[in-house]
Write a protein that binds this ligand. Structure first.
Ligand SMILES: C[S@@+](CC[C@H](N)C(=O)[O-])C[C@H]1O[C@@H](n2cnc3c(N)ncnc32)[C@H](O)[C@@H]1O
Ligand code: SF4
Length: 309
């Protein structure tokens, strides 16, 4: 395949985390995914992504904390070298390593980037959900990152214990130089992200809402590489290997032994199995994979941001 361009790619570099958030999806639902340490490095990505380009790359850390990856700086240098115009977004809890690391992170990222710090509360409430982490350390790291030229977002998941602090957090974010502030709902304790009984085929309805500008339409395929090297069609379908209801030959999605083109070709079969088990409500029509048909103006995740210098 020759230089195929995709809108977006999500990568989980590492499946380790130093926090114990009570509702963390994989910790609560698929703990076996975290039993063995898994990590992706520069060489893996160089090989797997050859001949493919991406407008945006998200280091999401669905299974863990991306900044704990021993390879993250090397990976960022590599991604920036292969495409200086790529937009990179990192989701982090921010409470790792040293301030020096966070300064280095700011310089390793390409011009267009956003690092979203999950800071759910202030001094007296932050550690209620972010168990094992310290507010002071997170803030000091965020400050080091921003002062070194990094573009940062503050994500605030609302809970009963912290919702009264939302306005104060927003004010502090602006004062500290965070570029964005995202107030988010928490998923509930007794729900999974995929609730089979809630899901209906609403593609036509979604299309109508999109036309009216009421919803954001995402691309049809949002490829996601898990830390063990498995390719999935999106982060909502990423539990397959650990879900006993999903009957699929995961060797077909293994990027450690197959090319990205081969794994992409196997995804429609995986999505069919996935949809039969957990029908999804989303704008993507899983199983249709031509990202080149991305709707004009469609945006996903966080906005594209660039350093001005
Ligand atoms: C598993 S975390 C990995 C990244 C990083 N460790 C973090 O927590 O930001 C992936 C995403 O899930 C979000 N998340 C964690 N708990 C959540 C909750 N109860 N409700 C909604 N999102 C949550 C995180 O903030 C993050 O954006
Ligand atoms: S910080 Fe992120 S990865 Fe770690 S336990 Fe919390 S939600 Fe999970």
């Amino acid at each position: 395949m020759n230089n195929t361009h995709f809108h977006s790619l999500e990568i989980d570099l590492y499946n380790v985390c130093n926090a114990r958030c009570p509702l963390c999806h994989f910790r609560t639902h698929y703990p076996e995914a975290l039993k063995t340490r898994q990590e992706l490095d520069r060489d893996f990505l160089e090989n797997a992504l050859a001949d493919f380009t991406f407008e945006r790359i998200h280091l999401t850390g669905d299974l863990g904390e991306p900044t704990l990856s021993p390879h993250i700086l090397q990976v960022l240098h590599f991604l920036r070298e292969r495409d200086p115009n790529v937009f990179i977004c990192i989701n982090t809890h921010g409470s790792t390593k040293t301030e020096a690391f966070w300064r280095e992170l700011a310089t390793a990222l390409p011009r267009s980037h956003e690092v979203v710090f999950a800071i759910d509360g202030l001094e007296d409430t932050y550690s209620i959900y972010r168990v094992g982490l310290r507010f002071k350390k997170t803030i000091a790291n965020a400050r080091a990152f921003i002062d070194a030229g990094g573009i940062a977002g503050w994500s605030f998941i609302k809970f009963k214990h912290n919702q009264h602090q939302l306005a104060e957090a927003r004010t502090r974010a602006a004062a500290m130089g965070f570029a964005t502030f995202h107030a988010r709902e928490s998923y509930a304790e007794d729900e999974t992200i995929l609730r089979a009984d809630d899901y209906v085929d609403n593609h036509d309805e979604t299309a109508a809402l999109a036309q009216a500008g009421a919803v954001t339409v995402v691309p049809k395929l949002f490829p996601y590489i898990q830390a063990d090297g498995t390719l999935y069609s999106c982060t909502q379908s990423n539990c397959g290997r650990y879900d006993e209801k999903i009957d699929f030959d995961f060797d077909r999605l293994d990027l450690k032994s197959r090319t990205l083109a081969d794994c992409l070709a196997a995804l429609p079969d995986y999505c069919t199995v996935m949809q039969q088990t957990y029908p999804l409500t989303c704008a993507r029509r899983c199983g249709e994979f031509d990202q080149t048909e991305r709707p004009r103006g469609a945006e996903i995740g966080y906005g594209r941001r660039s350093k001005t210098t």
